[in-house]
Design a protein around this ligand. Structure first.
Ligand code: T1G
Length: 678
């Protein structure tokens, strides 16, 4: 098999080129080729400088994740990079695309780094539950300083080439279309000069002079790091770069890396990495299905959902025509959209010009006729089947043939809606999650007659607007809400049977969810949809409303809130629930957090198995993608179905039986013999 690495002579410069699509991952053959190329360069006196670059769309995008968990094969990346850095001939990394993880570490082992303006550079290992494992945590701080290194290593977001140049990670920005030539010229200019080695740098002393930066970083990023092991290990490794010799620092990094690699969190997060990509694939739709061009989008409804949905397309540079029934509703909706963009700009994540650019693509209207030339129209009107059918009937008349008509419904039957049109093949569900311009999940609901090109187009469009999409079949609640209803059902039963409502919330918080159902109720407002008649009490929520407990908005709901919105469990609420339970004839008892956790989570897994059985989800990992991106299931456990497989499906089955809860045939079958779901 030919090596994915070749070398090319340009006078006295050797260019080592990797051609390993799709992302030049540093698999065994690439590492071997790299090592051989370095040997060739070092062994030939006529070679006075070296350039390392990649063919295709990107510089090395990291180690080959598919190799993880398998027996390591030499040569190791750290060894190859140490030999590279030890060279006395200048070695230049020529960066385009995304130099990530091991790719960034290759660049760090080079003596110089040049990049095209569009390149991005980063160490995203923490997103896989790891830290860099080829001395990135030791070379980077020595090159750019501990403070600049911390976000790169512990958060894992890439930075632009220009930002990289600012912090000293990149030495020069070169022409977008002349990377190789410019890199060769740069290398030639360094011949005869002492080579700078990142491992010998001293910029990391900033962390020694100001050791507070590490705790300050933890304090600033505590929320997003909560529950994850890797970010703290990353901070420790960067700190070690200032305290230990390079060799000892590398040993420390290796020790931390190995702990994480063999831990459950990295296994879960690597599962998720591939799950998210697998969700893009629709098993029975050919990958080369021709797509429907989408140049103009229509959104019906400028409320919270409609406005949020529209923003996704505007931010991706797609013109949107947004329709309301009344001018004041239209003005209010577009005003909220502008305000959202301006708040994003205030946080420095958009420029004022980008705000105007996005809003400039928006066409508000009261006239359905203005939707006629849209290629896709998404309705986000009142969740009522008759209303939806009316809207779709109107759209069918007005919007050009061949355009896609989508509903944002969160549970109504897409097939029934499609039948209200003469183009059922062009109808599907695009279920966004509130706030639609923030939440990453998009459930693409496939109707019985939805065409392949319509599905494939919406899947591609999802990626363009920055969503993570999964295909769902038509069933009440699709994938996410259908499983959520099982958890909610148990949560309500548990507090009727005597469980403390704050224990229910705390069990989910401790598991890693952002909040529990009763906290969520207080945040959203207990009184949403309340009939406002305090004498009519048929549910706990109506009892709370009758007691003037509306949620955070008036300082008391399930919890009492102080000025800082810190929550305290309320004896009054505990009594209201107990009285209500008594009225319903429920015997209350102490209920352990263990029982609460099993009764909240296991029925979700059981419902997920049923969803698979009915073909409402293509694969178990799609269900993981839905729950991680739409409901805050903790990423470091891999999602409900992966998590269940890790604790053992037979454990889930016996837990459900212990609590007298239903066990689907599919779950029982998959639990037998440890087969797993897929
Ligand atoms: N290894 C193996 N396959 C990879 C891969 C990788 N590192 N990165 C991408 N792929 C596959 C991916 O599964 C998909 O396959 C195809 O490439 C296109 O990817 C030693 C230990 C580079 C920004 O974490 O962030 O280095 O589905 O759909 O949207 O310290 O891929 O087509 O069969 O995502 O254009 C660190 C992970 C590894 C980068 C491109 N590196 N990759 O995004 O395409 S750990 C990463 C990405 C490490 C060192 C440590 C993105 C991308 P398929 P894609 P994209």
């Amino acid at each position: 098999m030919t090596s994915p690495i070749r070398t090319e002579r340009h006078d006295n410069v050797l260019v080592i080129v990797s051609d390993n699509p799709p992302v030049n991952a540093l698999g065994q053959a690439v590492r071997q080729g790299l090592a051989d190329g370095i040997d060739e360069a070092l062994g030939d006196d006529s070679i006075e400088a070296v350039v390392i670059r990649c063919d295709g769309r990107t510089f090395f995008a990291g180690a080959d994740i598919t190799e993880f968990g398998k027996a390591p094969q030499g040569p190791s990346l750290p060894e190859a990079l140490d030999r590279l850095e030890a060279s006395d001939k200048p070695v230049v990394a020529a960066i385009h695309g995304t130099a990530l993880g091991g790719g960034c570490e290759v660049a760090l082992a080079c003596h110089y780094r040049v990049a095209v303006p569009s390149a991005k550079i980063g160490l995203p290992e923490v997103k896989l539950g790891l830290i860099p494992g080829a001395a990135g945590t030791q070379r980077l701080p020595r090159l750019v300083g501990a403070e600049a290194a911390l976000p790169l290593v512990a958060i894992g977001d890439p930075i632009s080439a220009r930002k990289a140049e600012t912090i000293g990670l990149v030495d020069a920005i070169v022409g977008e279309d002349s990377l190789e030539a410019d890199a060769i010229a740069f290398a030639k200019s360094k011949i005869g000069q002492p080579v700078p080695r990142a491992s010998e740098g001293t910029a990391n002393q900033d962390g020694v002079k100001n050791p507070d930066i590490f705790d300050q970083f933890r304090a600033k990023n505590g929320r997003r790091m909560r529950g994850f092991d890797a970010p703290n290990a990353a901070i420790e490794a960067v700190k070690a770069a200032g305290e230990l010799s390079y060799a000892d620092g590398v040993r420390k990094e290796r020790e931390l890396f190995t702990q994480l690699m063999t831990g459950s969190q990295s296994k879960a997060m690597r599962h998720y990495f591939f799950a998210e990509r697998a969700a893009n694939k629709i098993d029975d739709v050919p990958a080369d299905t021709p797509l429907i061009p989408i140049h103009k989008v229509g959104v019906i409804g400028a409320g919270t959902m409609g406005g949020g949905i529209a923003m996704n397309f505007l931010s991706a540079g797609l013109p949107v025509t947004i329709l309301e029934m009344q001018q004041d509703a239209l003005d209010r909706g577009t005003g909220v959209m502008r305000k959202n963009y301006e708040n994003t700009a205030k946080r420095g994540r958009m420029t004022p010009e980008q705000v105007e650019g996005a809003m400039g693509l928006l066409t508000p209207t009261l006239d359905y006729g203005d939707l006629a030339d849209c290629d896709l129209v998404i309705e986000a009107v009142y969740e009522n089947m008759d209303v939806k059918k009316q809207v779709f009937g109107k759209l069918d008349e007005v919007v050009k043939q061949g355009a896609i008509l989508a509903s944002n419904t969160s549970y109504l039957n897409i097939d029934e809606i499609a039948q209200a049109t003469k183009r059922p093949g062009y109808v599907l569900g695009l279920h966004f999650f509130s706030p639609a311009n923030v939440m990453k999940l998009l459930e693409i609901v496939r109707g019985a007659e939805t065409r392949d090109d319509v599905l494939a187009t919406c899947m591609k469009l999802a990626k363009k607007i920055g969503k993570v999409a999964a295909v769902s079949g038509v069933c009440p609640g699709f994938i996410g809400n259908r499983m959520l209803s099982k958890r909610q059902e148990q949560a309500n039963k548990l507090i009727m049977e005597g469980a403390n409502y704050w224990d229910v919330d705390d069990v989910l918080l401790e598991f890693g969810f952002p909040m529990g159902p009763f906290q969520m109720g207080d945040l959203a407002g207990i009184d949403i949809g309340w009939h406002r008649d305090p004498s009519k009490v048929t549910t706990v929520r109506e009892a709370l409303c009758a007691a003037g407990r509306f949620g955070q908005k008036n300082g008391k709901g399930f919890y009492d809130y102080d000025e800082a919105r810190q929550r305290t469990p309320s004896d009054e609420v505990k009594q209201i629930i107990a009285d209500f339970a008594a009225k319903e004839g429920n015997q209350q008892r102490e209920i352990s957090k263990e029982e609460i956790r099993e009764r909240l989570l296991y029925p979700m897994v059981n419902e997920g198995a049923q969803i698979l059985e009915e073909g409402m989800a293509q694969r178990a990992s799609d269900i993981d993608v839905v729950w991680i991106n739409g409901y805050g299931w903790p990423l470091y456990t891999g999602g409900p179905m992966f998590w269940a497989e890790q604790i053992g499906l037979e454990t889930v089955v016996s837990g459900l039986e212990k609590h007298g809860l239903p066990v689907s045939d599919r779950l029982r079958k998959n639990a037998t013999g440890g087969a797993g779901f897929d």
